[in-house]
Design a protein. Structure first.
Length: 146
């Protein structure tokens, strides 16, 4: 895994985009190490923030698209999300609607919520906006702490 992370760091902003996209999707990946490596390499933090935020949001929107398939068995097979976790995400999506997209940054739960938003067909544009706000806020906090 460290070879792959180093490869992403070597590709600069494109590597950040790919790592953020993967981390935003249902795949188990962390983009923070790539971000730390790129900050250490002197990449412009503003460009890094926007690249990571856009990539991570697009990964969440991929999850939304998977959720629109509406078949829990297929979703579980493709995403390795167990049905009880999907039900938890469905609870949040139904109860809080697109506002639950603010939690899209939370590891594991965020992926389930983004799939659930698509599953219950919460407004796409509102979901995308609130996912972007949540995911961007996460990167802003990470960069502030560094």
């Amino acid at each position: 895994m460290s070879f792959f992370i180093q490869l992403l760091i070597d590709y600069g902003l494109w590597g950040m985009f790919v790592s953020a996209f993967l981390a935003g999707s249902v795949l188990p990946f962390s983009s923070e190490l790539v971000m730390l490596g790129l900050i250490a390499a002197g990449v412009d933090p503003v460009e890094l923030f926007w690249t990571a935020s856009i990539g991570n949001t697009l990964g969440g929107l991929l999850n939304y698209g998977i959720g629109t398939l509406g078949n829990p068995a297929m979703i579980a097979k493709w995403t390795h999300v167990k049905e009880e976790k999907l039900n938890k995400g469905l609870y949040y999506a139904r109860r809080y609607g697109y506002f639950s997209g603010l939690l899209a940054w939370v590891p594991l739960l965020g992926s389930v919520i983004t799939v659930a938003l698509g599953f219950v067909r919460v407004n796409f544009f509102a979901s995308a906006l609130f996912m972007a706000i949540g995911k961007s806020s996460r990167y802003a906090v990470i960069m502030f702490l560094i």
